[in-house]
Design a binder for this molecule. Structure first.
Ligand code: NAD
Length: 466
């Protein structure tokens, strides 16, 4: 067994040292060796697929189809990395000016060493393993610290990894915040964190003590702007899908909707119809709607269901069930649903009179992970893109941007720093070492003191040869 059942500071230290010693042997360096490990990860996922589907379901009744999509995107990332790794790992040659000839310059990607991936519970396979693919592709050893809030899945991941990988190359450390912190300060060479902005700040503060670089994939309130003309039929269905996929426990779900006052009633009606279409008469009996991860989160979400509830509103705390709920919010400054990221199937709707008002509302708040605009007007699409800042900007859909492995995924400001997926994952887990090679045969005139060249001669030389 290569996992840490209840990782203690000593066992964490032993683990980091063991990985570092292994890393220093150079075994992770050859591209072929990395490709072999990625193939092993693929085999492991295929062999464990059913057990993983059951594990995530046991944690919060996440529908099997939704878990299957999670695993599918990891497999896609693996296949792409195996195929393109020789290109990603190539040396980048840089031209050198005449003044520095004869010489050559290049950038060579090299691994960072021991990488730590800290993942959340909501997409417990995807958000754990997609970064791991990048870390292994770049030639690092990896310690994965999955969430303690999805314990059955975390245990399954740790058993799967133990069965297929030597612990010195890739292992899982089980536990809560204390384990993440012990790993960061040991220190590791890189931290890839997915989670809340609050914990992201704590991670960054701990990593800063040893100047350990971090990627922070965080959350926040992603707005959905609906314009005054777009047909509400597909729009409401897509917004509803994003709010009910994984029971709205998705960092990229639209957090709240901004819509012209005159369109609110029609929007509510379309959402109500969509709920019936998706989940039938009794959503609590539907197998396609997940549960809330913990009693604490049920209480947190239930406290938001106040005021003008226009759709849904039912809570069954003992079943950790929250019905898809729409709330018309007149005072966003005070309504509980507008004070923090919702992360559940609750949708506040805020009316606006002009698009300027909607944009001012968005820009007065922290930069979101994503901004969604539903509009057929290319003029408005361009305007919103240019006048706002967000990790991603998506026109006429939600969440799907994360499925494009060639489109880097990440936040900005409060929603995170740096991005990943595809080649970008390889880049963030690599150091691009700058290398310059010179000849000893030719000496540059005027280089050494006492300086014989006048400033005007130097300026001329720089202009012509620099
Ligand atoms: P969280 O921040 O509470 O926990 C995430 C991970 O950090 C867990 O493994 C946890 O054990 C660890 N952790 C918690 N406290 C810690 C501490 N003090 N020190 C070190 N490690 C600590 O987040 P969560 O509840 O698991 O997930 C929900 C949040 O994650 C939401 O804000 C959501 O938007 C965000 N999220 C972001 C993305 C993204 O890709 N940007 C994806 C999913 C979730």
């Amino acid at each position: 067994m290569n996992t840490l059942p209840a990782a203690s500071p000593t066992s964490v230290q032993v683990l980091v040292n063991r990985q570092r010693n292994f890393y220093r042997t150079g075994a992770t360096r050859p591209v072929e060796a990395r490709q072999e490990q990625l193939k092993t990860l693929r085999q492991a996922l295929e062999a464990w697929q059913d057990r993983l589907l059951r594990a995530v379901h046991a944690d919060f009744q996440k529908p099997r189809q939704e878990v299957f999509l999670e695993i599918g995107t990891v497999l896609e990332e693996i296949d792409k990395a195996i195929k393109l790794l020789p290109t990603w790992a190539r040396t980048r040659h840089i031209s050198t000016p005449i003044m520095h000839k004869p010489s050559s310059a290049m950038q060579v990607p090299e691994p960072l060493g021991v990488a730590l991936v800290i993942s959340p519970w909501n997409y417990p396979i995807n958000l754990a393993l997609v970064p791991v693919v990048g870390a292994i592709a770049a030639g690092n050893t990896v310690i994965l610290k999955p969430s303690e809030l999805s314990p059955v899945t975390s245990q399954a991941l740790s058993e799967m990894v133990a069965e297929y990988f030597p612990a010195e190359w890739f292992t899982v450390a089980l536990g809560g915040p204390e384990v993440s912190q012990a790993l960061i300060v040991n220190p590791v060479d890189y931290v890839f964190f997915t989670g809340s902005p609050h914990v992201g700040k704590l991670i960054m503060a701990s990593a800063a003590k040893n100047l350990v670089p971090v990627t922070l994939e965080l959350g926040g309130k992603s707005p959905v702007i609906i314009d005054d003309k777009v047909a509400l039929d597909p729009v409401a269905r897509r917004v509803l899908w994003a709010k009910t996929f994984n029971a709205g426990q998705t960092c990229l779900a639209g957090d709240y909707v901004l819509i012209p006052h005159s369109r609110k009633a029609e929007f509510y009606q379309k959402i109500q119809e969509g709920i019936g279409e998706f989940f039938g008469k009794n959503i609590e009996e539907s197998r396609d709607f997940a549960r809330i991860i913990s009693p604490k989160n049920v209480d947190r979400l239930a406290a938001m269901i106040v005021g003008n509830v226009v759709v849904g509103g039912k809570v069954n705390a003992s079943a950790r069930f929250i019905e898809p709920t729409v709330i018309e919010v007149d005072d966003p400054e005070t309504h509980p649903s507008m004070q923090e990221e919702i992360f559940g199937p609750i949708l506040p709707v805020i009316g606006y009179d002009s698009i300027e008002e909607a944009l001012a509302f968005v820009n007065a708040r922290p930069k979101p992970l994503s901004l969604y605009l539903f509009s057929d007007s290319s003029k408005l699409q361009k305007r919103v893109q240019q006048e706002t800042s967000s990790g991603s900007f998506v026109i006429n859909d939600l969440i799907v941007q994360a499925a494009l492995s060639d489109l880097p995924f990440g936040g900005v400001g409060n929603s995170g720093m740096s991005s990943y997926h595809g080649e970008k994952s390889f880049e963030i887990f690599s150091h691009f070492k700058s290398i310059m090679k010179r000849s000893l045969l030719v000496e540059t005139p005027f280089r050494f003191p006492p300086y014989k060249a006048s400033l005007s001669l130097m300026k001329t030389i720089m202009r012509w040869f620099g």
